[in-house]
Design a protein around this ligand. Structure first.
Ligand code: GLA
Length: 382
């Protein structure tokens, strides 16, 4: 039976897919677990280490059980989970609600209860559950409900990450299925255009975020620099400015923060972006309020995101999606601050970590192309 309240804030972790595709094994996972601790990622909040598609054999065994690929995982999956747990991390695995996974390995369709029991026996804490090869007679809602039920019955707390891609109005029914996160877009690519398209398409899903179930905008491509082995994902890479904007968007929009780069060899800048405590605090704020968007007059490629925080502060993100630097201007009355009240906003810069004093009536930072400025603000008097 389920015992813990899971996903009270967006889950944070690392997943093998973006960088390693089908090319990973036990050693890579052990080294990644070590790196999660040594690089300070666990301390920053990244607790799940998740292996994605391609971990099993192409067929089930005679008893209908999933079989780990012995070349990749000679010690089996339990040994991997044990190692991950010994580092203070949690362990995640992947399956699919259809007859096959997206890469053609056995899916969990009509094996849900037996697979959930197998995962629980291995010590799995998180299941990414995909949406490929689903029999047309079965709705996605039925199959996610079924796996949720199987996991809740498995005797272990296993977070269900529904990789549903935003079809069948998933936001309408996913929370009631029992799942903890839901993918709402096609797969991310390591390119600015993909980041921009996903962020722009997800504003309307903000109201469906909240403790217990979050809109998953897909795994982070921060720090990949076009070097991943996954040909679908790695299509060019981004600049550090763009990766920083990507991270700030996902954080402010309450998406799970699941790292997709090779964390054994992160650049200093990648590590700085991914472990920025001021930005992570916005994502992990206990109230999990959604943000809203204020458009900037005359420049549709610039906007401000406003997210109320549980301590009474506000997160303000000034974003510039255009190809040239731009002033992004916010009049405080557009977020409800009455001029007659006579108060301004005290700004703390979430990138430089400096307090900047009080701004009155408006604030208009110049923001680099594809860049952002993010602040934690409180209402204040001079
Ligand atoms: C789908 C998912 C991806 C990844 C692959 C694995 O495309 O959306 O995140 O899990 O399947 O095959």
């Amino acid at each position: 039976m389920k015992t813990d309240m899971m996903a009270q804030t967006p889950p944070m972790g690392w997943n093998s897919w973006n960088t390693f595709f089908d090319q990973y094994d036990e050693k890579l996972i052990f080294d990644t677990a070590d790196a999660m601790v040594e690089q300070g990622l666990l301390a920053a909040g990244y607790e799940y280490l998740i292996i994605d598609d391609c971990w099993s054999m192409r067929e089930r065994d005679a008893a209908g059980k999933l079989v780990p690929n012995p070349e990749k995982f000679p010690g089996g999956i339990k040994a991997v989970a044990d190692y991950v747990h010994s580092k203070g991390l949690k362990f995640g695995i992947y399956s699919c609600c259809g007859v096959r996974t997206c890469a053609g390995y056995p899916g969990s369709f009509e094996h849900e209860f037996s697979d959930a029991a197998q995962f629980a026996g291995w010590g799995v804490d998180y299941l990414k559950y995909d949406n490929c090869y689903r029999p047309r007679t079965m709705t996605s809602s039925m199959l996610y409900r079924r796996m949720s039920m199987a996991l809740r019955q498995s005797g272990r707390d296993i977070l269900l990450a529904a990789c549903q891609w935003g079809t069948e109005d998933v936001h309408q029914w996913i929370r009631s299925s029992g799942a903890h996160t839901f993918r709402s877009t096609i797969d991310i690519q390591d390119a600015w255009k993909s980041i921009e398209a996903i962020a722009s398409s997800q504003m309307e899903n903000q109201c469906f975020n909240g403790p217990g179930c979050f809109n998953d905008m897909d795994m982070l491509v921060v720090g990949m620099y076009g070097k991943g082995l996954n040909p679908e994902t790695s299509i060019g890479g981004c600049s550090d400015e763009e990766y920083q904007t990507h991270f700030a968007l996902w954080a402010m929009m309450n998406s799970p923060l699941i790292i997709g780069c090779d964390i054994r060899n992160m650049s200093e800048k990648t590590k700085e972006i991914l472990t920025n405590p001021d930005i992570i605090a916005l994502n992990q704020d206990p109230e999990c309020r959604s943000c809203y968007r204020i458009d900037v007059y005359g420049n549709p490629d610039t906007f401000v995101l406003v997210k109320p925080l549980s301590d009474g502060n506000y997160a303000l993100g000034f974003f510039n999606f255009s190809d040239v630097a731009a002033k992004v201007s916010l009049d405080f009355w557009d977020m409800g601050l009455s001029c007659a009240f006579g108060q301004g906003m005290r700004f703390h810069d979430c990138f430089t970590h400096e307090d900047m004093g009080i701004q009155k009536e408006f604030f208009a930072p110049t923001v680099a192309s594809h860049g952002c400025r993010v602040y934690r603000c409180s209402i204040a008097e001079d």
